[in-house]
Design a protein around this ligand. Structure first.
Ligand code: AMP
Length: 287
């Protein structure tokens, strides 16, 4: 049976016929699939009757045209990988025309301030683009659960905020970061790096782990300075930000408070490839 669709209408028709009374899990992606995406699909598969995934490189979330043009596309391999998990997974691969018609523009959202720094600051308009496409996809698929990776931690919070403000009855499931054997966070963009460069890029994850060690004896400002200094000595890494956010409200912090949870977030341009990563940190204080 055909489960690969390019139009909203075909996908809706299929779901109307085959998902009655069944739970739907949805995994939106931009393709060039790797084990990070696969982990989301597998989780969705164990938790739902029907799994839908989309592969769509969304132009409105790219503020940099070159980044969009260079974004990897491996549709045939992606379809094979999906089939290896299950031939029953429904795949949606719309064109830009199908999703936007003639109006390739973002809507404007109020993301309660979450979008005002980090990726939002470094990539103006990025989260309005993410909001626009995620809203449209969620409305087409109407899933019970949608799966997003912690690799894009800020995006995960943006999507939670979006679903809350639109009052969509969808549970957003967050999934842990999948890493290469050496620790580098898996990313479609890694395919633009040589193996030697990927080995070198582990410096990013190593820096996050070092930050956890340093956080025990340094306040956030000192910690930021230490990590910035570390990167300033490495000519091949262009550090875009290293930030410390409290997980309660996702605002940058100036002090660590006892036993609170934080997220260290980093963005780096390395050999023209923009890489992001993050790690959780709890400031344990034993009395
Ligand atoms: P993308 O195709 O990069 O838009 O990613 C699609 C989904 O996969 C997003 O929810 C990402 O956060 C998630 N994802 C990407 N890379 C990873 C990873 N290494 N581990 C876990 N989830 C990931």
């Amino acid at each position: 049976m055909k489960r690969h669709f390019n139009t909203k209408e075909e996908l809706r028709d299929y779901l109307n016929l085959h998902s009655n009374e069944k739970s739907i899990g949805f995994v939106p992606t931009m393709g060039a699939l790797h084990m990070g995406h696969i982990s989301l699909l597998k989780k969705a598969f164990t938790e739902n009757d029907v799994v839908v995934t989309s592969i769509f490189v969304n132009p409105t979330q790219f503020n940099n045209q070159e980044d969009l043009i260079n974004y990897p596309s491996t549709l045939e391999d992606d379809l094979k990988l999906i089939c290896e998990i299950s031939e029953e997974i429904v795949v949606f691969t719309p064109s830009v025309q199908e999703m936007y018609q003639e109006n390739v523009r973002s809507k404007n959202y109020d993301f309660e301030g979450i979008d005002l720094y980090l990726e939002g600051l470094d990539r103006p308009g990025h989260f309005d683009g993410v909001g626009t496409i995620v809203e449209e996809l969620l409305r087409i698929v109407s899933p019970d659960k949608a799966y997003f990776g912690e690799k894009d931690f800020q995006q995960l919070l943006i999507v939670k905020s979006l679903v809350k403000q639109l009052q969509l009855p969808i549970e957003i499931i967050s999934c842990p970061i999948v890493r290469e054997a050496n620790g580098l966070a898996m990313s479609s963009r890694n395919s633009r790096l040589t193996q030697t460069q990927r080995d070198r890029a582990v410096f990013i994850y190593d820096s996050l782990n070092l930050a956890i060690e340093l956080a025990k004896n340094n306040n956030p400002q000192q910690l930021k300075k230490l990590i910035e200094q570390r990167f300033s000595k490495e000519a091949d890494f262009d550090l875009k930000y290293f930030e410390i956010a409290c997980v309660d409200n996702f605002l940058p912090v100036t002090e660590f408070e006892a036993n609170k949870h934080y997220r260290f977030l980093i963005a780096v341009v390395f050999h023209d490839v923009r890489l992001i990563d993050n790690i959780g940190y709890t400031h344990f204080v034993i009395n």
